[in-house]
Design a protein around this ligand. Structure first.
Ligand code: PMM
Length: 269
């Protein structure tokens, strides 16, 4: 792998925490995806279901209706697309429409058909650490040793993905920053990235605009709003690119693409 990949976030949802409601129209979403590529995205991650804390689930038909035209529109224009979904049916339809990667925040736990579906289609798979749907997330943010437990639980998802027949060279792992984790949990995981590296697979960093950055940058008790968390996000993109992370999933693509390029040049020998 030459360098860290930049995955641009494209949420085709009315309610995602940072870009919800902006790209619900398919043409606008495709245009947004093309703009992300212009800004330096290697992959556009298209999602039709918000996973923010307390979000309600959408039904499969709605999710498919949101995602499919956008995947088709982007892949027709030669854009590499991943589909952000927990549903095997949505993943299958998106792959059939040209998506080359399935990004599953549940790591195969939400839909028992997911791992087999991905294995059968031979596409890449991002398995994230997950402890339950949005409504149950906060109460499950309880750990004795967050680093050891996240690594242990994610290691079991790795094993399940491989056992289902997903090719090792197509598997990426993600600790799921902000998913059933409070700010201290998130920082602990980021500080102990070496423990995740020991799982032996490429890693995705997905911190973009997340709540723990808003808390870090709060002023007078008011969290920094999501779209003003991009400098902190880009710093982490550069930092983890220097560590050789496989990819960074971000909203502000330009800043993180610049950070990744800078880290790459600095790391040359
Ligand atoms: N976070 C969100 C959505 N999809 N996918 C992966 N692999 N990892 C994440 O941490 C992740 C994700 C939520 O953020 P968004 O609402 O801004 O997309």
């Amino acid at each position: 792998m030459a360098r860290t990949l930049v995955m641009g976030v494209l949420n085709v949802t009315p309610d995602s925490f940072s870009d919800g409601g902006r790209w619900v129209d398919a043409d606008a979403a495709v245009a947004r995806g093309l703009a992300l590529v212009d800004q330096g995205a290697d992959i556009v991650d298209v999602g039709g279901e918000s996973t923010r804390p307390d979000a309600d689930r959408v039904d499969a038909a709605t999710e498919l209706r949101r995602v499919l035209p956008v995947v088709e529109g982007l892949t027709a224009r030669g854009v590499a697309v991943s589909v952000d979904t927990m549903r095997a049916g949505v993943a299958a339809a998106a792959v059939d429409a040209g998506a080359t990667c399935v990004n599953d925040v549940s790591g195969g736990l939400a839909d028992p058909a997911m791992l087999g579906c991905v294995a059968e289609r031979g596409v890449s798979y991002i398995a994230m650490h997950w402890r339950g749907h949005s409504r149950a997330m906060a109460e499950r943010a309880v750990y004795d040793d967050v680093v050891a437990q996240v690594c242990g639980e994610l290691g079991r998802r790795r094993d399940a993905a491989l056992a289902a027949g997903i090719a090792p060279q197509r598997l990426v792992l993600d600790p799921g920053i902000g998913f059933a984790k409070n700010a201290d949990h998130n920082w602990a995981i980021l500080r102990r990235w070496d423990a995740l590296e020991e799982l032996g697979f490429p890693l995705l960093l997905a911190v973009s605009r997340k709540r723990f950055l808003g808390a870090l940058l709060a002023s007078g008790g008011t969290p920094r709003p999501p779209h003003e968390r991009d400098a902190a996000t880009a710093y982490l993109s550069g930092h983890f690119a220097a560590r050789g992370v496989w990819g960074v999933r971000v909203h502000d693509v330009r800043a993180s693409a610049d950070a990744v390029a800078t880290a790459g040049r600095l790391g040359e020998r």
